[in-house]
Design a protein around this ligand. Structure first.
Ligand SMILES: [Zn+2]
Length: 198
C-alpha cells in the first residue's frame, strides 16, 4: 500500500474528526453491533485511507439501532457543497438515485464496499454507461472508473431523506455491514502511533 499522500491540513481535519467519535453516545445495542464487527477493523494498515469529508463538523447519527430501525452507516455533518473524499482506492461499482439515500455512490476496494449518500448532483445514463455528475462541483464519476484514495468524489448535499446537509457513510466488509466508526478509530490510533514514532 502506498504511503499516505494527505496534506498536513487534511491530516489535522482527520484528527479532529476522529476525536469527535468518542463523544458519540452509544447505547448497549450499538455497543453490541460494534462488538460483532471488531475483527475486521483491526490488524489493517490504514496509511492509504482518507477521512471521507473535508469540512467535518460533527457526527450526527451513529451506526446501530435508533427509533425507526437500524441505521446502517455513520452520519457526518458538513456544510452543504463541501467536498467528500474517497476513503480507499477502488472502483465505482454503482451510482444511483432513490428516495432514501438520494444520490448515492458505491465504491469497491477489495473486500470493502463504501457507500456515500445524500450527495449533490444526479445520475445519468448514456450508451457509454452510467455516470454520476455534479456539474457545479466539477465532478463526474463513471461506473467502472478507478478512483485513488483521497480523491474528491462528490459534495455534501441533501438529496434523499435527510433534514440537514451531511454525508451518510456506509461500509460493508465481505457483504456485511460494519460500523464505520470502528474503522475511523482504528485509522486514528495508527496515526497517533505513527506521529509518536516521529
Ligand atoms: Zn445516515
Amino acid at each position: 500500500m502506498a504511503k499516505s499522500k494527505l496534506s498536513r491540513p487534511h491530516k489535522l481535519v482527520l484528527l479532529a474528526g476522529l476525536m469527535g467519535l468518542s463523544f458519540l453516545g452509544l447505547g448497549w445495542k450499538q455497543q453490541f453491533a460494534k462488538a460483532q464487527n471488531t475483527e475486521v477493523a483491526t490488524g489493517i494498515n490504514w496509511s492509504g485511507a482518507s477521512f471521507p469529508v473535508e469540512s467535518f463538523q460533527e457526527y450526527t447519527s451513529a451506526f446501530g439501532y435508533r427509533g425507526e430501525g437500524f441505521h446502517y452507516g455513520l452520519d457526518l455533518a458538513a456544510p452543504q457543497g463541501s467536498y467528500i473524499r474517497n476513503w480507499w482506492q477502488g472502483t465505482v461499482v454503482e451510482v444511483w438515485q432513490d428516495g432514501r439515500c438520494g444520490t448515492g455512490i458505491a465504491i469497491q476496494s477489495g473486500q470493502w464496499e463504501h457507500i456515500y449518500c445524500h450527495v449533490q448532483g444526479s445520475v445519468e445514463k448514456t450508451s457509454q454507461g452510467t455516470y454520476f455528475i455534479d456539474r457545479a462541483g466539477g465532478i463526474q464519476l463513471w461506473e467502472g472508473q478507478q478512483i485513488p484514495s483521497g480523491t474528491r468524489i462528490a459534495r455534501v448535499g441533501m438529496t434523499g431523506r435527510t433534514t440537514g446537509p451531511h454525508l451518510h457513510w456506509g461500509l460493508k466488509h465481505s457483504g456485511r455491514w460494519v460500523d464505520p466508526a470502528r474503522v475511523l478509530r482504528s485509522m486514528y490510533n495508527q496515526q497517533i502511533q505513527q506521529a509518536n514514532r516521529g
